[in-house]
Ligand binder design. Structure first.
Ligand code: 5RP
Length: 217
């Protein structure tokens, strides 16, 4: 089974979690795109969507589903998104698609975060996937220096600007043994808008697609 087939399989499983008349938070990325492609099946149940990126907004609107601002929605009952890595505590690395800031905001405002991954992304220790960090452009070198002090190897994501007008540093070679501690530490570095560790608010349910079925933890 290819990774794309697994993404489609887990996206289909996530559809089951949508209940009648719900506002649904939707993340970003290729797994989410598979999920959005299938939304016709449950469209009648969805009151509106709160989106985490310009691309997700465009795709959801192309399905004739209403997209509303977070401030109109208040607390969101369900948030559905992918991830780049997850450990067994449902602590995540996200931001491979660069939408981490809005994703973290929507996840934080949601009661139930359903995360869809395939089994290649289920890891013992986070950090094999380079940690994405959204940074204010003027702080590129000062933040990069801090990442080197931590033992990381920051690489500027070339030709990429986030929906918020910032740059992304992808930090390689970090072994993230204490995700909550590192997430909090990074939150305090001037110039970092958002780091891609989702551990303070991790997922509530993890759907993992493997060759045979969907494991739910
Ligand atoms: C985007 C994300 C994505 O959820 C993450 O990168 C996974 O992407 P994909 O579903 O394409 O593998 O965090 O910012």
């Amino acid at each position: 089974m290819t990774q794309l087939e697994k993404k489609n399989k887990v996206a289909k499983a996530a559809l089951e979690y949508i209940e009648n008349n719900q506002v649904v938070g939707i993340g970003s990325g290729s797994t989410v795109n598979c999920f959005i492609n299938m939304l016709d099946k449950v469209k009648s149940k969805i009151d509106a969507v709160v989106s985490s990126s310009e691309l997700t907004t465009k795709l959801v609107e192309s399905k004739n589903i209403r997209v509303i601002e977070l401030k109109e929605a208040g607390k969101i009952p369900i948030y559905i998104d992918g991830a780049d890595e997850s450990n067994k505590f449902k602590q995540l690395i996200k931001g491979g698609g660069g939408a981490l800031t809005r994703e973290k905001i929507v996840a934080h405002s949601s009661s139930n975060f359903i995360c869809m991954i395939d089994d290649s992304k289920y890891v013992r220790v986070l950090g094999k996937f380079p940690l994405p960090i959204e940074v204010i452009r003027m702080a590129q070198s000062s933040v990069a220096m801090e990442m080197i002090k931590l033992g990381g190897r920051p690489v500027l994501r070339e030709n990429f600007i986030t929906d918020n007008g910032n740059i992304i540093l992808d930090v390689h070679d970090l072994e993230i043994d204490e995700p909550i501690g590192l997430e909090s530490f990074l939150n305090n570095i001037p110039g970092i808008v958002t780091n891609g560790i989702f551990a303070i608010r991790g997922a509530d349910k993890l759907l993992i697609a493997n060759e045979k079925n969907i494991e739910v933890i």
